[in-house]
Design a binder for this molecule. Structure first.
Ligand code: HSE
Length: 310
């Protein structure tokens, strides 16, 4: 019987331009780490630390890690009695799937603790359920790459998850010092879209999926253009257009909003001048009056069980 488990789940970038709600990519860093120990009774959160931890609910019924864990217990028809400790590496409301990372880690940790044998698809369902409860809508494009790793295409309803291995690349992320809850980013979306925009997005998203299969990063980057969600959301992020332009002018192959923002990311060949791109993006945000942190990462693996004790 497992009595203690530590699970790490990565930040993720959703949408990647034209793949609104259907593309997600796990990145190598940052990550959330959830530690779960068996307890006598009930589900309790003993500690939340790390970036933005003061904003994360301590009530197990409102925290994505514990909601996902309790859903796993329900799916296994088991009783979960456990104490949770959560270390946030992924900034909440920052555009990199923060609640999804915690949900993925919570689901996997509970499954390990309960000796369960839920499939990855079932774990994705449990984590997405938690996202629905906590963030207001199921975001498969964060939780599926957080669990599966790599680049994931989410197709249809019920969703099918197609995992692909992305080409080697460097990803520059600029995360401004503002918060933008996904819920807010969804409120500004259009109810209807123009046929030509839908066609343009479908064509570019298809080309990006093909680019992943072919290992063609140039094609991937140049098709990272969204005609539907980004134009409707850009006003929520000061300097968004300038940050994107700065990244491209400094040598990025493509740049787009990460999920519903406010983070913006750019992709480059591994040997290209990523520091220069980071600097250009940072300066563009600063010119718009917003401080920002930049970091350089690459595509990453899915959730990992870091430690498991009897
Ligand atoms: N695909 C979602 C959106 C983001 O753009 O609203 C998921 O975090």
């Amino acid at each position: 019987m497992t009595s203690r488990v530590v699970v790490s789940a990565p930040a993720t970038i959703a949408n990647l331009g034209p793949g609104f709600d259907i593309f997600g990519l796990a990145i190598a860093e940052p990550a959330d780490v959830v530690e779960v120990s068996s307890a006598a009774e009930g589900v309790r959160i003993s500690d939340i630390s790390g970036v933005g931890s003061e904003k994360i609910p301590r009530d197990p019924a409102r925290n994505s890690a514990t909601v996902a864990a309790m859903r796993v217990a329900e799916m296994l028809d088991a009783t979960l009695s456990a104490e949770f400790s959560i270390r946030k590496g992924v900034k909440p409301n920052g555009g990199l799937g923060s609640s999804g990372a915690s949900a993925a880690a919570g689901a996997v940790a509970a499954n390990e603790l309960l000796g369960g044998e839920l499939t990855k698809e079932q774990l994705i369902e449990a984590a997405a359920f938690a996202e629905g409860e906590v963030a207001g809508a199921k975001h498969y494009d964060n939780v599926s790459p957080a669990i599966l790793g790599g680049f994931v295409v989410i197709a249809g309803d019920p969703p099918k998850f197609v995992k692909l291995s992305p080409p080697e690349m460097k990803i520059v992320v600029a995360q401004p010092d503002i918060e933008l809850p996904t819920r807010k980013g969804r409120q500004v979306l259009p109810e209807r879209v123009k046929l030509r925009d839908a066609v343009a997005n479908a064509g570019r998203a298809s080309a990006m999926a093909a680019a992943v299969s072919k290992g063609d990063l140039k094609l991937f980057g140049e098709q990272m253009i969204d005609s539907i969600a980004e134009p409707a959301r850009s006003h929520l992020i000061p300097g968004f257009a300038e940050v994107k332009r700065a990244a491209l002018e400094a040598g990025a192959l493509g740049a787009a909003m990460a999920g519903a923002g406010p983070a913006v990311f750019a992709v480059l060949e591994p040997e290209e001048p990523h520091e220069e791109v980071a600097k250009a993006m940072r300066e563009a945000f600063e010119e718009a009056g917003v401080g920002c942190k930049t970091f350089i990462t690459s595509p990453g693996r899915g959730v990992e069980v870091v430690l498991k004790e009897e």
